[in-house]
Write a protein that binds this ligand. Structure first.
Ligand SMILES: Nc1nc2c(ncn2[C@@H]2O[C@H](COP(=O)(O)OP(=O)(O)OP(=O)(O)O)[C@@H](O)[C@H]2O)c(=O)[nH]1
Ligand SMILES: [Mg+2]
Length: 399
């Protein structure tokens, strides 16, 4: 570390000199007002400012992260000195107050002398303290800036996408292991892409959708039914397991009526087999379930009992793209006992950050079967590949 002292007429002038000679990395250690020598035999000296700064002399040899750690250490050390000085001055202020009181007791001459000199000391101390405080604020600001700078561009990309901290760290580590001459951003995209799996498994036999309340299960079932029946010309049957909410049935029944496809409601476990049996002519039976809280083990066990009654070919866990990272953990674990084999991510149109796609993949460890992008039945459902999803997460593309 190099320490240098600068003297000039004003603080502005000193700072310009420092910036010109040392750049933006110099740290101010101390500043004080001085009289600058000038004129014949130093007789006509002028007021000025003396500033002492420090700068790291081997910045070229270290990487940016090390630099930032050093800067932060230096700032912390300087802040400790400043705090100590402020404390000492507060104490000396109290002491000088004591001296003043003592002088009052000793008599009129002592009073005047004592008060006069102590007032000057107090004033100087106050100036010093306020300057120290200013410096402390400057250092806080520098510390804040240096912490911000220490984040790499890739880290910022991941943070902006709302990717879970641990997943982001893992991704960055993987990026570091790629040794080729692609750009960092391309490597990042590659790693994200490899962390997302999708499946284009055909929808057939008995397909069931499970997931928390309001994520879009019924709407998604209607979209699937629409595609299968209207586009792929398959025979589709709709079935809903409703043990919980009056009204949930009506929603799906309306879609079934519009599309002219069979619809049944199952209220008890016993009815499950006969309901499925009644749709044996269908190529695909789509089963809707009422939303369950992933924390309610009883409700999920009940659902499992219904599912055990028939030979389900695929279970899709439905999760909204707007779900917070911690809640994704709870949902992924809460529904694991239903052995879901893929995930449908809904409401992509309702967010501007898509990191949750990666969070969902990492936490469920299951491929994505569909994403939904709006309320329109049957249009707003898609199968996106991992490259498209990676571009979305990195904001290279929009929906
Ligand atoms: N913006 C947007 N809204 C959606 C999407 N999918 C569903 N919705 C809306 O989300 C709301 C809830 O959808 P539902 O299909 O009833 O959700 P659910 O999971 O069946 O809800 P429960 O049966 O109560 O558990 C409705 O207003 C839907 O129109 C989507 O992809 N984007
Ligand atoms: Mg529903």
């Amino acid at each position: 570390m190099i320490v240098k002292r600068y003297v000039a007429a004003s603080m502005g002038e000193v700072l310009n000199k420092i910036k010109y000679e040392l750049g933006n990395d110099a740290i101010i250690i101390s500043q004080r007002r001085v009289r600058r020598k000038g004129g014949f035999l130093g007789l006509f000296s002028k007021k000025g400012v003396e500033v002492t700064v420090a700068i790291n002399d081997n910045s070229g040899l270290q990487n940016k992260a090390d630099d930032n750690i050093n800067v932060q250490n230096s700032i912390n050390a300087i802040k400790r000195v400043i705090n100590k000085t402020i404390d000492q001055n507060e104490v000396s202020k109290d002491t000088s107050y004591q001296v003043k009181r003592n002088n009052i007791n000793t008599g009129p001459i002592g009073v005047n002398k004592g008060i006069y000199s102590n007032d000057i000391i107090n004033k100087n101390n106050e100036n010093l303290i306020s300057e120290m405080r200013e410096m402390k604020e400057m250092l806080d600001e520098m510390m804040h800036r240096s912490l911000k700078d220490s984040k790499s561009e890739l880290q910022v990309n991941l943070e902006n996408a709302d990717i879970d901290e641990n997943i982001a760290e893992d991704i960055l580590n993987k990026v570091k292991t790629i040794k080729d001459d692609r750009t960092q951003k391309d490597k990042l995209k590659e790693v994200i892409k490899n962390n997302i799996t999708v499946t284009d498994r055909e929808l057939k036999d008995i397909v069931i959708l499970v997931g928390p309340t309001g994520v879009g299960k019924t709407t998604t079932i209607a979209k699937m039914a629409g595609r299968l029946a209207l586009v792929e010309k398959k025979r589709v049957g709709l079935l809903t397991i409703d043990t919980y909410r009056i009204g949930a049935v009506e929603q799906l029944k309306t879609y079934a009526d519009i599309m002219n496809i069979p619809f049944r409601v199952v209220f008890t476990i016993k009815e499950m087999e006969t309901a499925v049996e009644s749709m044996k002519d269908c190529d695909v039976i789509l089963i809707d379930t009422t939303g369950r809280s992933s924390k309610n083990v009883m409700q999920i066990s009940e659902l499992r009992a219904f599912m055990k009654k028939v030979n389900v070919s695929s279970v899709h866990l439905v999760v909204s793209c707007t779900t917070k990272s911690r809640d994704i953990d709870i949902i992924a674990d809460g529904y694991r006992c239903l052995n879901y084999d893929s995930v449908i991510i809904t409401k992509l149109d309702e967010t501007s950050t898509y990191g949750s796609i990666l969070n969902i993949c990492n936490k469920t460890l299951k491929p994505i079967s569909f994403v939904t992008t709006g309320q329109n039945v049957p249009d707003d459902i898609r199968l996106m590949n991992s490259s498209e999803l990676a571009s979305l997460i990195l904001r290279e593309d929009t929906l």
